[in-house]
Design a protein around this ligand. Structure first.
Ligand SMILES: NC(=O)c1ccc[n+]([C@@H]2O[C@H](COP(=O)([O-])OP(=O)(O)OC[C@H]3O[C@@H](n4cnc5c(N)ncnc54)[C@H](OP(=O)(O)O)[C@@H]3O)[C@@H](O)[C@H]2O)c1
Length: 259
């Protein structure tokens, strides 16, 4: 609970919006932020999944958990969700832009609407939601923008060009907002996950060849456990990170520093 959290990392009184938090890494980051004392609002498209996730989070003692069901590509819905959070809680301190859709195939296999849809979900939606949230944060002279990118924002996987472009774009956006918003009391940083054993990756985890590749390729010799992402979000959201701005915190077991 939050009393056990050292003061620089305590988030008591803070309000956090975590997108795509009905499952996977978003859920784990919402859980960790709440454990550090923040009130959290979780989003996703599936209201049923969000309700179940909120109930799971609320099993631990702590602040109430709110849900907001909307598609990240629907900026009007995002704007309404932000307004509702401010109405209910009076502030919004932390945005974890975690939604990230996957559509892995070579560029030649993409139709234009499919490429545009992936960029909407992974880049344009988070960009416009950040604009709405930053307006609120500027009025408070305090805010933490956190972008969940990927090691694919730095290095490229085979046959994954649109996702890679979106994540590299998100990394650039994070840096641009760090420059533009720093004086407003808003920091902007990224978490770049490596390979995590989330539900979405279950087919890869269960693929013996792929898991052998992970054992060899990742210096710690295993998949990331989803709960291993939470502390990175707490750190970047906290007062302890007040002078950390424009940084990419890679959480990949050392995969991207290996020769
Ligand atoms: N897992 C990894 O190994 C890994 C590695 C590198 C980077 N990442 C990044 O980390 C983030 C989380 O990954 P994950 O594996 O936890 O993903 P995940 O399990 O697939 O979860 C994605 C979440 O986003 C929501 N979502 C998807 N599309 C949406 C949309 N258009 N609008 C609103 N919500 C949407 C989903 O909920 P609904 O379906 O209910 O909408 C779900 O809650 C992503 O940005 C991903 O790119 C993950």
């Amino acid at each position: 609970m939050s009393d056990a959290i050292p003061a620089p990392f305590r988030l008591t009184g803070r309000v956090a919006l975590v997108t795509g938090a009905g499952r996977g890494l978003g859920f784990e980051m919402a859980k960790a932020l709440r454990q550090a004392g923040a009130r959290v609002v979780i989003t996703g498209r599936d209201a049923g999944r969000l309700t179940a996730a909120a109930e799971a989070l609320a099993r631990e003692e702590g602040p109430a958990v709110d849900i907001a069901a909307f598609d990240i590509a629907d900026i009007e819905a995002g704007r309404a969700a932000v307004a509702d959070i401010v109405l209910r809680h009076g502030r919004l301190d932390i945005l974890v832009n975690n939604v990230g859709a996957r559509d892995r195939r070579p560029l030649a296999a993409f139709e234009e609407p499919e490429a545009r849809a992936l960029l909407e979900a992974d880049l344009i939606g988070p960009m416009l939601l950040s604009r709405e949230v930053a307006n609120v944060m500027a009025g408070q002279s305090h805010g933490r923008l956190i972008f969940v990118t990927s090691i694919a924002g730095h290095v490229a996987n085979r046959e994954d060009p649109v996702y890679t472009a979106a994540k590299a774009g998100l990394t650039g956006l994070m840096r641009a907002l760090a420059v533009d918003y720093g004086r407003l009391g808003i920091t902007s940083n990224a978490i770049a996950p490596g390979m995590f054993a989330t539900e979405t990756n279950r087919h890869l985890v269960e693929n013996a060849d792929f898991s052998r590749f992970v054992d060899i390729r990742v210096p710690v010799g295993r998949w990331g456990r989803p709960e291993e992402i939470g502390a990175a979000a707490v750190f970047l959201a906290s007062d302890g990170a007040s002078f950390v701005n424009g940084h990419v915190l890679t959480v990949d077991g050392g995969q991207t520093v290996r020769m």
